[in-house]
Design a protein around this ligand. Structure first.
Ligand SMILES: Nc1ncnc2c1ncn2[C@@H]1O[C@H](COP(=O)(O)OP(=O)(O)O)[C@@H](O)[C@H]1O
Ligand SMILES: [Mg+2]
Length: 350
């Protein structure tokens, strides 16, 4: 009998449409070999039933949005699983193709465990650890992995620009700085700040996304991303690194460059690197995977500094999964097809 998979997509985060497009690619690729039940999560967090045909038709141009209206609600029973109109959704596993808060932050992972459902990808700890950039950096630093110099501020009592400036001076953080929400994504709320005058405004903008805010030294160098895959019981393996190459007019890899005007940045896999650098990045990616207790997959994002230094910028536990996303492209450059990666993930879900 075909394995039965629930594909979860959408979600409450700003990456809702990207999740839908990734889920469409996954569903189109797996539908002949597995029995697929797509379940959508609306922006407000309701779980609803979707038709497989509809999901398979989605693409990036449409930026799909899942609305609750006219759809049947999906319910969950702790210890039992998912239910639709009173009947159990028979499922062998769940593939949470979800990005950002509420999706790849451990919440859904914990929820699925409570429901007794195995799932693809990282568990609760790694998901939570990689969602909060402050804690990701703490874990990486403790494991001997280099990260960008920076400080973290708490904006729960309001933004305090002068205090942040004082701390930047004390810690000798160089300008420009990057201000970023601890649990953001898609570069929302991220700003490059050239001088002290711009700091307060950037902190206010970041505080709209998360109350914990990182202020990092701006790193000059290349942005390299490395896909890691772990088969059940096996050691994690890193693919050849890829690169995000900004055009001359791109300020940094911001929301505009990621999703609005994709000509602002080019994705190149494999990146043009000498073997030593490529190997060093792959080793660091595996080390980072192990440091945060990863499972099955993650994409580790690096800065390769002009002086050759390698820093980890952030980790994505459920990277973009469209056919043109870095993660699957990186494996394709090593001869593993998009379908093969998905089958590997599904067959080894825990
Ligand atoms: N310390 C830094 N130095 C230089 N560029 C940075 C730094 N931090 C972030 N950036 C730029 O901002 C982008 C988004 O930041 P990132 O930390 O990756 O957040 P997100 O989770 O939103 O992708 C990065 O891809 C990079 O272009
Ligand atoms: Mg990023």
């Amino acid at each position: 009998m075909k394995k039965r998979i629930v594909i979860l997509c959408g979600g409450k985060s700003g990456e809702h449409p990207i999740s839908c497009v990734s889920a469409a690619s996954v569903a189109r690729t797996l539908k002949d070999s597995y029995q697929i039940t797509p379940v959508g999560i609306t922006r407000s967090g309701e779980w609803v039933s979707l038709s497989l045909d509809e999901v398979c038709s989605w693409n990036l141009k449409d930026l799909p949005e899942i609305e609750a209206e006219g759809r049947q609600k999906v319910e969950a029973v702790p210890g039992s699983g998912l239910f639709l109109a009173g009947s159990k959704v028979e499922a062998d596993l769940v593939f949470p193709v979800l990005h950002g808060l509420g999706g790849e932050d451990g919440a859904v992972q914990g929820f699925l465990e409570t429901c007794g459902l195995p799932y693809v990808g990282c568990g609760i700890f790694a998901s939570a650890a990689c969602m909060d950039k402050h804690y990701t950096k703490l874990i990486l630093k403790a494991s001997g992995i280099k990260v960008a110099p920076g400080i973290t501020v708490d904006a729960r009592g309001g933004v305090d620009g002068p205090a942040a400036l004082e701390k930047i001076r004390e810690e000798k953080i160089g300008w420009p700085v990057f201000v970023k929400p601890a649990w953001g994504g898609s570069s929302v709320g991220v700003a490059k700040v050239e001088s002290p005058e711009g700091l307060e405004g950037a902190l206010e903008a970041a505080a709209k996304v998360s109350w914990r805010i990182l202020i990092e030294e701006g790193i000059k160098g290349r942005e390299i991303e490395c896909a890691v895959l772990q088969r059940r019981g096996g050691k994690p393996v890193a693919a050849l690194p890829g690169e995000i190459i900004p055009s001359a007019s791109a300020s940094f890899y911001d929301f505009e460059a990621k999703y609005v005007d994709t000509s602002l940045c080019k994705v190149k896999v494999p990146a043009d690197l000498d073997v030593q650098t490529s190997d060093a990045i792959r080793r660091e990616a595996v080390k980072a995977f192990e440091a945060v207790d990863g499972r099955q997959l993650m994409r580790v994002d690096f800065f390769l500094k002009d002086d050759g230094g390698i820093l980890v910028n952030e980790i994505n536990t459920m990277p973009g999964f469209t056919e043109i996303s870095m993660y699957p492209l990186a494996w394709q450059s090593l001869g593993m097809s998009y379908r093969q990666i998905l089958v590997d993930l599904v067959e080894n879900a825990a």
